[in-house]
Design a protein around this ligand. Structure first.
Ligand code: DX5
Ligand code: ZN
Length: 215
C-alpha cells in the first residue's frame, strides 16, 4: 500500500480556501487534514465548524479532522455534520477515551487518537482495539512549520509492533515537520499516513510535492 498523504489546510491561504481545496482535489493527495485548535489545549486558535463545513463543500477527498481542543465530546456530532470522515481526538484531552471513541464510531466516522510527543505509545494498549487510527505528533501541536522530533521513529516502530502482534488494522499517521526528506524513512518505520502542511503549501508546486511525498 502506498503512503497516504494528507496535506494540512492549516498552511493554506485562508483567503483562497476554495482555490487551495480544488488544487488538492486535482492532486494525488488522499485526505485533507483539518486542524482545529481552541487556544486552550494548544496555544493557538485556528478555525472551527463553519470553516470545516466550507472546506467540505468543495472537497472531493475525505476530511481528516484533528481536534486539538479541550472537551472534544461536546462537538463530535457537530464535526460529523460538518463533514469529518475521520475524527481524531487527543489522548491528553479525554478522560473517558473509550467512550469518546465509541461515540465517534457510532456517528459513522473513523475514530483516531492523537498523542503528544511526550506521551508513550504503550498507553494506547487498551484503546488500540477500539480505534481506526493513531496520530503520532512529531512536533508539539499548535503551529505549522515546526521542526520534526527525531524520537518519533522509535514510537512508530513500537506502535507498529503492538498493532501487528494483535493483528489489528489500525493506521499510523504522523503529523508535524514532515517533508520530502523524511517521508520515506517514516514509511519504512511503519507510518501508513503522513500529514504535511508547510512542505506542501510553501512550495511553488504543491501538487508535485504531494506526488513526491507519496513515493
Ligand atoms: C500542528 C498540526 C499539524 C500541522 C502540520 O499542530 O497538527 O497538522 O498543520 O504542519 P507542518 O507540516 O507544517 O509541520
Ligand atoms: Zn494536525
Amino acid at each position: 500500500m502506498s503512503l497516504i498523504v494528507a496535506p494540512s489546510i492549516l498552511s493554506a491561504d485562508f483567503a483562497n480556501l476554495q482555490r487551495d481545496v480544488e488544487m488538492l482535489n486535482l492532486s494525488t493527495a488522499d485526505w485533507i487534514h483539518v486542524d482545529i485548535m481552541d487556544g486552550i489545549f494548544v496555544p493557538n486558535i485556528s478555525f472551527g465548524l463553519p470553516v470545516t463545513q466550507a472546506i467540505h463543500r468543495h472537497a472531493k477527498k475525505p476530511l481528516d479532522v484533528h481536534l486539538m481542543i479541550q472537551q472534544p465530546d461536546l462537538y463530535l456530532e457537530d464535526f460529523q455534520k460538518a463533514g469529518a470522515a475521520i475524527l481524531t481526538v487527543h489522548y491528553e484531552a479525554c478522560t473517558h477515551l473509550n467512550r469518546t471513541c465509541a461515540a465517534i464510531r457510532n456517528l459513522g466516522m473513523k475514530a483516531g487518537v492523537a498523542i503528544n510527543p511526550h506521551t508513550p505509545v504503550d498507553l494506547l494498549t487498551d484503546i488500540l482495539g477500539e480505534i481506526d487510527l493513531v496520530l503520532i505528533m512529531s512536533v508539539n501541536p499548535g503551529f505549522g512549520g515546526q521542526k520534526f522530533i527525531g524520537r518519533t521513529y522509535d514510537k512508530i516502530r513500537s506502535l507498529k509492533r503492538m498493532i501487528a502482534e494483535r493483528n489489528l488494522s489500525v493506521l499510523i499517521e504522523v503529523d508535524g515537520g514532515v517533508n520530502t526528506e523524511n517521508a520515506s524513512a517514516l514509511a519504512q518505520a511503519g507510518a501508513d499516513a503522513i500529514v504535511a502542511g508547510n512542505a506542501v503549501f510553501s512550495s511553488a508546486n504543491p501538487a508535485q510535492v504531494i506526488e513526491e511525498l507519496k513515493k
